[in-house]
Design a binder for this molecule. Structure first.
Ligand SMILES: C[S@@+](CC[C@H](N)C(=O)[O-])C[C@H]1O[C@@H](n2cnc3c(N)ncnc32)[C@H](O)[C@@H]1O
Length: 272
């Protein structure tokens, strides 16, 4: 499929492509500063990141990540060539480890690169890999989702979980996903999303803003990163709007699967 040209001069506060101001949670910050602010957030949370995920979501993030891995169809490839997977904004390696184990169960040879902008998150991931019971085909590389250190058409699978919300230029990151995937490659993104029900949205907002930052303060000693987290979720586009962005990046058969009533969503597509 021909890739649509979405690099025009339009000014979008959602992507920060105007080069001046962009969202950092509810604040507007100079676009050039956002990456460093996001880095500070994940520096602050890295050591307790996995624990906080369990506490904040009552373990639900595990169910969502399991579903993401199911969408990679890793159980259906015995005897095929090694699959190359890039888990972008892969942080502490959660998706990569799950995918590696699913591939192993499905006798699917796989090599997985976790790429993340934050060395602290990667350090936690590397330690997890070292202390894992099984040897995992997972490597860790520092890199920006907007300029991936990967060759064109080199990956069979691109995943990003709870990462796309944090990048400065979302359209650039989606373009990179399309660039690095081989024709026939699979794109799957897990991200927080919008809850269609107004009543449930009010309940969820109340929980998010009243519970999560204080919980972060209690567990990590710093509530500010968690304030950013809940604000950034509210600034992320609705599931249908984001699906349009994935399509605009060139992906085909883009599908949306809402999870837990819309708290999160899986967007998937193919590079054909
Ligand atoms: C919420 S964590 C998600 C980690 C992991 N994918 C998971 O689901 O547990 C978001 C990650 O995005 C990374 N990140 C933010 N902006 C990035 C960028 N522009 N390029 C690559 N990684 C980025 C952060 O460093 C952080 O590790």
């Amino acid at each position: 499929m021909e890739k649509s040209d979405n690099s025009g001069p339009s000014i979008s506060p959602l992507t920060g492509r105007d080069g001046t101001l962009t969202d950092f949670g509810f604040r507007q910050v100079p676009t050039a500063d956002k990456q460093a602010l996001v880095r500070d957030v994940f520096d602050a949370v890295a050591a307790r990141y996995d624990l906080m995920n369990d506490l904040m979501s009552a373990g639900l993030h595990r169910v969502w990540k399991r579903r993401l891995v199911e969408l990679l169809f890793l159980r259906r490839n015995p005897g095929r060539d090694t699959l190359h997977m890039a888990d972008i904004a892969g942080g502490t390696g959660d998706i990569a480890f799950r995918a590696a184990r699913a591939a192993h169960r499905g006798a699917t040879p796989i090599q997985i690169q976790v790429i993340d902008a934050n060395t602290e998150m990667l350090r936690v991931g590397k330690n997890r890999a070292i202390t894992a019971r099984d040897a995992l085909p997972v490597s860790f590389t520092t890199g920006n989702a907007e300029h991936l250190p990967l060759a064109d058409n080199s990956m069979d699978i691109y995943t990003v979980a709870f990462g796309i919300r944090n990048v400065t230029h979302r359209a650039a990151a989606l373009d990179e996903a399309w660039r690095v995937l081989k024709p026939g490659g699979r794109f799957v993104c897990l991200e927080f999303s919008n809850i269609p029900s107004d009543i449930l949205t009010r309940v969820y907002d109340s929980y998010s803003f009243r519970v999560i930052p204080p919980l972060g303060q209690l567990v990590t000693g710093d509530g500010d990163p968690y304030q950013y987290l809940v604000e950034s979720i509210r600034k992320f586009p609705r599931a249908d709007t984001f699906a349009d962005e994935v399509t605009a990046a060139g992906f085909s058969r883009v599908a949306v699967e809402r999870l837990s009533g819309g708290v999160a969503a899986l967007h998937s597509g193919w590079k054909v």
